[in-house]
Every structure is written in structure tokens, then in C-alpha cells.
Ligand binder design. Structure first.
Ligand SMILES: [Zn+2]
Length: 259
């Protein structure tokens, strides 16, 4: 939370200086309001931009000096869509990371086991993926993280260390909870926007235009087009001279706690 602390200290100091000046001069109310609004705007940016490293260190990309990429999939496991994606990844010999929702994993334990036995990584992505997740208390967030961790552990025997925040949003209570769990926060450098672009060709064109060496690509295995898009994306990237690495290798981290 280095940037968050620095900005907060700077904000308080600025307010103190303005208040001190107010003793001697008439300071317009607008200056107070502007300072507070600027602080709120910076906090909002820090929460929404996962690569900002505002509240916590977030790993978003690999080194840019070699043409390697990593694929990551959120919001599964889904028995309607994930199996087809696993077939594509197996055919192409690509190992990816799956940031799973605990509630879904609970219902799809055998699928989660298959993700693991196929050589892919599993990370947490909350238990509920509630739209109110970012408003939860630290205690409730810890409950979500632990519940998901236990489900994954019971199912695969793996103790996870990677977490991707739902909606890519971070805030102080979540970062406190993640720190307590000892999780590494994993972001992305290329957001496909597959949850809003349903047209396969448009989606592929967007990704193709943005690919850079070291990219961590965000897709969702809960969507029907993901298997097909991923197959085409892998073929395109290979033609362009890229190779795929499992995200733990690209980012240089341990994906699981050693048992
Ligand atoms: Zn998600």
C-alpha cells in the first residue's frame, strides 16, 4: 500500500497547510473541495486500475524481452464451457491459469481436478463473485478467501497462493485480507473485454491488435465463445513467433504453497 500511504499523507499535509493558511488569508472553499475531490479521484483510479500497484503489489506482465505470453481464465469452472476450452489447450499444448469462483468449484469438483491434472494452475477469484464484493468488510473478505481455498484444497490437494480480485478492483480491506493470507495478487496486461464483446471476430481483432511480448491475457472460461477464440488466438500468436508459458513461469512465482 505504498502509493496509497504516500498519497494519503500528502493529502493530509495539503489540508493542514491549507487550513494553516486559512488562519492568515481567506482561503476559498473551492480549494478545500478541489483537494478532497482530487484525493477521491486518485483513490478511485487506484482501486479500478489493477496495474496501478496503488494498494498492493500486483503482478500483471512478464518480461518484454522475449515473445512469450500467458493465458488466464476467470469465473469458472463451468461444466458447460470449460471442458471445450481444456480440449483446445490440450491440443495446442498450452498451460494456463484458471482463477476460479469458489461457489462454482464446489459444484464442479471433478472439473477442477481435471484442470489441475491437465497441468494448468488454479488461483482464487472469491467465493461468491458478488457485485457487492468490493464493499465487503475485511472479515467477510477473509471468509470468502478461506472458504474458496478450502474447497480447492479438498478437491485437488493444492493450497493456492494466487488470487485475482473480482472486477480487477482492489481496496484497503481486500489488500489487508490478501496480505493475511499471503496471496500474490495477479492482474493482467491485456484485457480481452470478452464479457462485453460477443462477436468472435471483433474480439479476436481487438486482442491481435494489442498483443505485446510478456502479456498476461485475461479471458473468461464461463463464456461460450472462449474455446473457439482461444484456439484461434493461440494459432495467430504462434504464427507471429510467440510461445506460451504457464503464468507462474512467466511471472516467476510459486503458484502453490509447498506441502
Ligand atoms: Zn471475475
Amino acid at each position: 500500500m505504498l502509493k496509497y500511504r504516500q498519497i494519503s499523507i500528502a493529502f493530509i499535509c495539503t489540508l493542514v497547510v491549507i487550513a494553516a493558511c486559512d488562519v492568515f488569508f481567506r482561503i476559498p472553499v473551492l480549494l478545500y473541495a478541489g483537494t478532497i475531490l482530487a484525493y477521491i479521484a486518485i483513490l478511485a483510479w487506484g482501486s479500478a486500475d489493477i496495474s496501478s500497484n496503488f494498494y498492493t503489489e500486483t503482478l500483471c506482465r512478464g518480461k518484454m524481452d522475449s515473445k512469450t505470453l500467458a493465458l488466464t481464465f476467470d469465473d469458472g469452472p463451468d461444466d458447460r464451457t470449460t471442458p471445450a476450452l481444456l480440449e483446445v489447450l490440450e491440443k495446442e499444448g498450452v498451460k494456463a491459469a484458471f482463477f476460479i469462483i469458489g461457489r462454482k468449484a464446489e459444484e464442479n469438483c471433478s472439473l477442477l481436478r481435471r484442470i489441475d491434472s491437465d497441468g494448468h494452475l488454479i488461483g482464487g477469484h472469491s467465493y461468491s463473485h458478488s457485485s457487492l464484493f468490493d464493499l465487503f468488510s475485511r472479515r467477510r473478505l477473509l471468509g470468502e478467501l478461506t472458504r474458496t481455498e478450502v474447497i480447492i484444497s479438498n478437491c485437488t490437494g493444492r493450497k493456492i497462493r494466487m488470487f485475482r480480485p473480482p472486477f480487477g478492483v482492489t481496496n484497503p480491506p481486500l489488500c489487508d485480507a490478501l496480505k493475511q493470507k499471503g496471496y500474490k495478487v495477479i492482474g493482467w496486461s491485456l484485457r480481452s473485454r470478452d464479457t462485453v464483446i460477443s462477436d468472435e471476430e471483433k474480439l479476436l481483432a481487438r486482442i491481435k491488435a494489442r498483443i505485446r511480448p510478456g502479456d498476461v491475457i485475461l479471458l473468461h472460461d464461463s463464456l461460450s465463445q472462449t474455446a473457439s477464440v482461444t484456439g484461434k488466438l493461440i494459432k495467430f500468436a504462434k504464427e507471429q513467433g510467440y510461445s506460451f508459458e504457464r503464468p507462474d513461469k512467466l511471472l516467476g512465482i510459486e503458484a502453490y504453497e509447498k506441502v
